[in-house]
Ligand binder design. Structure first.
Ligand code: ADP
Length: 190
C-alpha cells in the first residue's frame, strides 16, 4: 500500500499517518521527522537544515528530492507525510514513482481551517516545545502552506485517487473517515 497524506500543519497528518502505518504495516516516511533526527544527530545534512527548520522555512527542493528518492526506492509500501510541499517536489515525486513502477494507491487530504490549525499548533508548542512552534514560525509555516503547498493539493485534486477528509473531528472520527474513504476508492475492503 502506498499512501500520500496531505494537509496543513496542525491537520493531524502525523497522527493519522502513524495509525495508517500500523494498520497496513508500512513505514511512516515523515520528512519533518527525518530532518529533525538529522539535526539532532548533528550530521552534515542536519547542520545544514537546522536553522531552516527553526525558522519554519522550507529546505531547498533539490535536497529534499534527492533524500526522498533515495528513501522511496528502498520501500515497497509507505505512508508519505510532509512531501511534496512544492510543485517541483510533486513533479519529482510523480517522476520517481513512475521510474520505479510504484504508483500511489491513495492521496488523503486532511482539511482544517487556519484557526483550528493555529490552536492545535499552539497547544502542541506548550507540550512539546518544538523550536518551530514559536508564534512567528507557526505563521511562517502556514503562510508557506498557502503560498506553495496548496498548488500541490490542486495538482492531486484532479487525480481520482485523492480523497478529502474533514480533519477537525477527534482522532478516532478522522481515522474512521479515512477508512471509509479508502473503502470507497476500492483500496481497502470491509
Ligand atoms: P509541519 O508540517 O508541522 O511544518 P513537519 O514535521 O512536516 O512539520 O516539517 C518540519 C519542517 O521540516 C518544515 O517546516 C520544513 O522546514 C522542513 N520540511 C519538511 N518537509 C519538507 C519538504 N518536503 N520540503 C521542504 N522542507 C521540508
Amino acid at each position: 500500500m502506498r499512501i500520500l497524506i496531505l494537509g496543513p500543519q496542525g491537520s493531524g497528518k502525523g497522527t493519522q499517518a502513524n495509525l495508517l502505518a500500523a494498520v497496513y504495516r508500512i513505514p511512516h516516511v515523515a520528512t519533518g521527522d527525518i530532518l529533525r533526527e538529522a539535526a539532532a544527530r548533528g550530521s552534515e545534512l542536519g547542520r545544514r537544515v537546522e536553522p531552516i527548520l527553526d525558522r519554519g522555512d522550507l529546505v531547498p527542493d533539490d535536497l529534499m528530492i534527492d533524500l526522498i528518492r533515495e528513501r522511496l526506492e528502498r520501500e515497497d509500501g509507505f505512508v508519505l507525510d510532509g512531501f511534496p510541499r512544492t510543485l517541483p517536489q510533486a513533479e519529482a515525486l510523480d517522476a520517481t514513482l513512475d521510474d520505479i513502477g510504484k504508483p500511489l494507491d491513495a492521496v488523503i487530504l486532511l482539511e482544517v481551517s487556519d484557526d483550528v490549525a493555529t490552536r492545535r499548533l499552539q497547544a502542541r508548542a506548550a507540550e512539546e516545545g518544538r523550536a518551530d512552534d514559536s508564534p512567528e514560525a507557526i505563521r511562517n509555516r502556514l503562510r508557506l502552506y498557502h503560498e506553495l503547498t496548496e498548488a500541490v493539493v490542486a495538482r492531486y485534486r484532479s487525480d481520482s485517487v485523492l480523497v478529502a477528509v474533514d480533519g477537525e473531528g477527534s482522532v478516532e472520527e478522522v481515522a474512521d473517515q479515512i477508512e471509509g474513504a479508502l473503502i470507497r476508492i476500492g483500496v481497502r475492503s470491509r
